[in-house]
Ligand binder design. Structure first.
Ligand code: TRP
Ligand code: SF4
Length: 341
């Protein structure tokens, strides 16, 4: 059985961009692959080091989002990154195999630096060692499970490429140890924001969250961007440029053809069209939100899932590190593993 490793930073709740961008695929793939999902709290701290409370709170929130969407603890191990120190250890070993200039060229890191000027300075002059190096730690995340496949959104491709380079180098120097992982992109890829922005994002304020209630969703959809040419209720319009239509499509409204036809004919007003989307959106989210309510009422079950997932992940990581240390000729055993003495 092949192995999947993927993960998210616990910095907020998941939205439709995450759902269609990768979560849905993960739920489908977990049946055929040995699956590990990382709640990347150590990575989250690289740009939230000043706010540990936020990261801690979101570890549980993220776990609940996963379970609500159908991540199955029977087939998938969901674990908390900080609880597997083997990852940190491998990060140190990997850090010899990548140059600082290569890390500076990583396009995702560059884009994030531009967004985080408050934290890392106008031109990134205050960038920390930890933030610059987080792709190395991500390479360790993936390699410690010897993952074949990494289902992620498009923005993560540079990190997977970086991982491949690092493990290739490791294998060349220390002997064949790791597989070169591949990114797995789901078909729907990037989900646009309610404002028409190419990307739905937390920081962009244009997202629908999986846990949003009726009131929140109504407010957001009422503000969504429609065809600007349509002024009056019975003006014909072009659904292709309308975000409301885009979301009707995304959640597969079974009346999609009617929406399209009526919009083009001018026999559908935007207010009614949005109302219909609000209702369909709530229907779409209902099973997810019902599960969330269950897990919110049973926090001990969430804890159990994380505990068991972390235990399994740790076992696998320890096995890999034994091999890594042999390959690197640092397999001393001055201190016995475990505490059974
Ligand atoms: N960098 C990813 C994100 O921001 C999260 C992540 C951490 C991840 N470790 C990973 C993704 C390993 C895939 C594999 O979304
Ligand atoms: Fe968009 Fe619907 Fe208005 Fe057409 S009728 S422009 S699809 S909101």
């Amino acid at each position: 059985m092949k192995t999947i490793l993927t993960g998210d930073r616990p910095t907020g709740n998941l939205h439709l961009g995450h759902y269609f961008g990768s979560l849905k695929t993960r739920v489908e793939l977990q049946k055929e692959y040995e699956t590990y999902i990382e709640i990347a709290d150590v990575q989250a701290l690289t740009d939230n080091f000043h706010d540990p409370e936020k990261v801690r709170k979101n570890v549980r929130e993220l776990a609940i989002d996963y379970l609500s969407c159908g991540i199955d603890p029977k087939t998938t191990s969901t674990y908390v990154q900080s609880q597997i120190p083997e990852i940190a250890e491998l990060t140190i070993f990997f850090s010899n195999l990548v140059t600082v200039s290569r890390l500076m060229r990583n396009p995702t890191t560059k884009a994030e630096l531009a967004q985080k000027k408050g934290l890392f300075g106008q031109n990134g002059e205050s960038i920390t060692y930890g933030f610059l190096g987080y792709p190395v730690s991500q390479a360790a995340d993936i390699a410690v499970f010897n993952a074949d496949l990494v289902p992620v959104g498009e923005d993560q491709i540079p990190h997977i490429e970086q991982t491949r380079e690092i493990v290739r180098k490791f294998n060349t120097i220390y002997g064949d140890t790791f597989r070169e992982p591949e990114a797995y992109l789901s078909q729907s890829k990037r989900v646009k924001g309610l404002d028409g922005n190419e990307k739905m994002g937390k920081s962009l304020g244009n997202a629908i969250y999986l846990k949003d209630d009726l009131e929140t969703i109504s407010k957001k959809i009422k503000n969504a961007v429609t065809d600007p040419q349509k002024i009056k209720k019975d003006d014909p319009a072009n659904p292709e440029v309308c975000m409301v239509y885009y979301y009707h499509q995304l959640i597969q409204n079974d009346q999609l053809e009617t929406v399209c036809k009526e919009c083009k004919a001018g026999s559908r007003g935007c207010v009614a069209c949005k109302q219909e989307l609000i209702q369909k959106m709530m229907e779409f989210l209902k099973p997810i939100q019902e599960k969330r309510a269950y897990y919110e009422a049973h926090p001990e079950e969430v804890e159990r899932v994380l505990k068991e997932g972390t235990r399994k992940a740790k076992e696998k990581a320890q096995n890999t590190m034994r091999k890594v240390k042999e390959q690197m000729k640092i397999d001393y055993h001055y201190i016995k593993e475990g505490n059974d003495e």
